[in-house]
Design a protein around this ligand. Structure first.
Ligand code: PEP
Length: 258
């Protein structure tokens, strides 16, 4: 049974956003091919996309993909940024550098960075402020582990991530929250429609009014109608399925008209 979410304050925020997180995938030719395939589909759709579309390639591909997508309706984003504008931070990339490449968004706090790079909520607070300083919209990822959900701690964990990472000046226009249960990322498992709606409603109470809340975690062409049809869901953050133009496009087309 698909939950419908509550109406009124908890309704979805207008046009949905479908974002592709390419992670550390693709050499230049792969990125160019995928970007061309998406641009072609966007061009054929004209102004009738039905959702906002975003791709976040690895840093090495941003420039080339951005060049290909220029003039299309598909926006560009990074997958991380440093809190500082510049300096002695070997291997890092600043929000200003992303903006300079034509990015409008940056994903921050993905669970793979929290786990693999020790990113804390305090660190993310600085990164979100940096994104705003550079004129980017921050996509903050939050979500509980399997153990935390089983222990009944999911809401507490997500609330604490939101409170710890979102700077006081948070505003809906420059913030997107992606609810990504860690156990659903790249596993083929997805949260139930009821659990997604319930968590999004909890998140909505804790963030600036009007902020879009995406769901992420094994979204694919088979489940996207259900997930993107939920009134509580303002879009999707898509990992694996965003690497295939047909799959990503099918997911994007699951968005109901705003
Ligand atoms: C992600 O990386 O944000 C993600 C949701 O991945 P996947 O869709 O592959 O689960």
């Amino acid at each position: 049974m698909i939950g419908t979410g509550q109406r009124g304050r908890n309704m979805a925020i207008g046009t949905k956003l479908v974002a592709g997180n390419w992670k550390m995938n693709g050499l230049r030719q792969d990125g160019a091919t995928l970007a061309h395939e998406l641009k072609e589909r966007a061009g054929a759709a004209g102004g009738a996309l039905g959702c906002d579309l975003l791709v976040c390639p690895p840093a090495t591909l941003i420039s080339e993909v951005g060049g290909i997508l220029a003039g299309s309706a598909i926006a560009l984003g990074g997958q991380d940024c440093h809190a500082a504008p510049k300096g002695a931070y070997t291997g890092d990339i600043s929000a200003e550098m992303l903006a300079d490449l034509g990015c409008n968004y940056v994903i921050l706090g993905h669970s793979e960075r929290r786990q693999g790079h020790g990113e804390t909520d305090a660190v993310l607070r600085g990164k979100i402020a940096a994104a705003w300083r550079a004129g980017l919209t921050a996509i903050l990822c939050v979500g509980e582990t399997q153990r935390q959900r089983q222990a009944g701690e999911a809401i507490e964990v997500v609330s604490s991530q939101l409170a710890g990472a979102i700077p006081d000046a948070g505003a809906a226009a420059t913030l997107v929250v992606a609810y990504e249960p860690v156990w659903a990322i790249g596993t083929g498992l997805t949260a139930t429609a009821e659990d997604i709606s319930a968590m999004h409603a909890e998140i909505r109470r804790r963030i600036p009014a009007g902020t879009r809340i995406l769901y992420g975690g094994s979204v694919n062409p088979k489940n996207s109608d259900t997930i993107l049809g939920l009134s509580e869901v303002d879009g999707a953050l898509v990992g694996g399925a965003s690497l295939n133009a047909d799959d990503f496009w099918t997911i994007a087309q699951s968005c109901p008209a705003a």
